[in-house]
Ligand binder design. Structure first.
Ligand code: C2E
Ligand code: MG
Ligand code: MG
Ligand code: MG
Length: 277
């Protein structure tokens, strides 16, 4: 009996695995032509300056409208895009689209705004990446200081020497560099000092603990002070409550992003929000 139960459990497991693998495969197959079929769109999540409570920039977040499945969240396809290498083409499109749309907004509104674009490790690993960024800035007409590139700690670790040199070149163009999801990886501030980082984006889990409580104030405050001493700006991600917002302001955090302030929205809505002031 025991043996039977074990076998059944195995069969169940095997079937579940196959289903997951099939779903992943199906997604991969439809991801390949998605760019050419223009199924991607960018949404933008405003970033707010905590002193003036004004919108100083926004993060470009990709959205995929799958012809059968409807909207597929990035968490479900970015990983596949990275594994297959499709992220290089998709990421290139994101960069061009974000720069062009932002240049138009900056021109219309007559004030500097910063667009933040997520860049994956596979893109950074491309020898021509710096050249690509330079070309996109030129063809879009966006001022380099209006573009910020977000990389994760794990992308920095991959080939440290080369990555540090490359980030130096990007900074040389005038582009801002941010570390995304800080606090979810293994590195600390001391480690990040080796890279020319302008902005530290604190992951939601850095400020909000798993039990739903806010982290110790002294700790966060000391951390923000240390980042400032290293000339890094601190941006908090995933701010959902007024309590967290007050906490961050008291801890002298520079900027914040989160559902409390604004959700990621289509370009039209972003334009309307910015025009309204
Ligand atoms: P991320 O770069 O850390 O982006 C922030 C994510 O948190 C976004 O999810 C955003 O919608 C969500 N978020 C914003 N405010 C809140 C909040 O108050 N509470 C909570 N719980 N979540 C909030 P999204 O758009 O689903 O993107 C997920 C991830 O997919 C991104 O995380 C990023 O790593 C990746 N991603 C999105 N667009 C791109 C892209 O164009 N290129 C690359 N390489 N990755 C992308
Ligand atoms: Mg990001
Ligand atoms: Mg993030
Ligand atoms: Mg995050």
């Amino acid at each position: 009996r025991a043996k039977n139960a074990g076998r059944n459990r195995y069969r169940f497991f095997e079937a579940a695995m196959t289903q997951a693998a099939q779903a992943r495969m199906a997604l991969e197959v439809s991801l390949r032509p998605a760019l050419a079929r223009q199924e991607f769109e960018l949404h933008y999540q405003p970033r707010i300056d905590l002193d003036g409570m004004t919108v100083v920039g926004f993060e470009a977040l990709i959205r995929w409208q799958h012809p059968q499945l409807g909207r597929v969240p990035p968490g479900e396809f970015i990983g596949i895009a990275e594994e297959t290498g499709l992220i290089v083409a998709i990421g290139g499109w994101v960069l061009r689209e974000a720069c062009l749309q932002t240049r138009r907004l900056v021109e219309e509104l007559g004030r500097p705004l910063r667009v933040s674009v997520n860049v994956s490790a596979r893109q950074l690993a491309q020898p021509g990446f710096v050249g690509e960024v330079r070309t996109v800035l030129e063809s879009s007409g966006l001022a380099p200081h209006c573009l910020e590139l977000e990389v994760t700690e794990s992308a920095l670790i991959e080939d440290m020497e080369r990555t540090a040199a490359m980030l130096g070149e990007l900074q040389g163009l005038g582009v801002k560099l941010a570390v995304d999801d800080f606090g979810t990886g293994y590195s600390g501030l001391a480690y990040l000092r080796r890279f020319p980082i302008d902005v530290l984006k604190l992951d939601r889990s850095f400020v909000m603990q798993e039990d739903g409580r806010i982290s110790a104030f002294d700790f966060i405050k000391a951390f923000v002070d240390m980042a400032h001493a290293l000339r890094m700006q601190v941006v908090a991600e995933g701010v959902e409550t007024a309590e967290v917002l007050d906490f961050l302001r008291a801890a002298s955090c520079d900027e914040a992003q989160g559902y409390l302030l604004a959700r990621p929205i289509p370009l039209d809505a972003l334009g309307a929000l910015l025009r309204a002031g």
